[in-house]
Design a protein around this ligand. Sequence first.
Ligand SMILES: [Zn+2]
Length: 272
Amino acid sequence: MPPILITVFLFVLGLVFGSFFNVLIYRLPRELSIVKPGSFCPSCRHPIAWYDNIPLLSWLILRGRCRHCGAAISLRYPLVELMTGIIFAGVPPLVKAVGLANVPAAGVSPLHIAFAIIFISILALVLIIDLEHQIIPDELSVALFVLGWMAVFALRPPISPGWVSSLIGMFVLSLFFLAFALLLGGFGLGDVKLAVGLGAFFGWQLLVVAAFLSFAVGGVFAISFALYLMSQRKLKARIAIPFGPYLAIGAALTLFIGDRLLVWYLSFFRPV
Ligand SMILES: [Zn+2]
């Protein structure tokens, strides 16, 4: 199959999955079943027919309004579909070009690409749901955990240096978060469980890289946000910022360049 057709196919597949991700984003944090009932309008609860549920197109044709009650349908629905389409179509060429952490571009297999798509998709769901609800659904952490252990045994070459590293990785960041959550607050149990899954996937070395990147990204956001509030004279406002989105961004960066960052950082400590 010509590459352009594969890209189109993956994009359409991503749109379909994006439609399903919209269901997850709405239902997981509300603890609703993800299989029953079928899609319904959040305003009038009217079931949505298949022809009104076509990714991207239906939202455009209906001009963002429910066919039955006319309530506005959030722009988030087509955006999540588009985002997922871009992930499915964009991750494979990216992986082929730069490789994955501990996996040189020349060693990339289709299985690596599939794992990368699923990993990035789960992180995207974590980011969106945590931003909106300050919750990281257990289902996503469990999915990451299972994916992580599958990766340890299925990927050749592997991303995690080995099962011992993954086993240690399950505890390194999660125990740090747990201690923080119990003693000082600041992190939630959702962060703890997410860190277990990420540790299994990456192994402890890359997990440390992901954690540092998350704190760096979080710090940049927090400082810019504080400066913005100061400029608006609103610094009094106390705003809770969830950590899950930063962790998701740090983990996504680590997936692609974590090993290079680690080598670069360790080079500062090379004996002269
Ligand atoms: Zn409606």
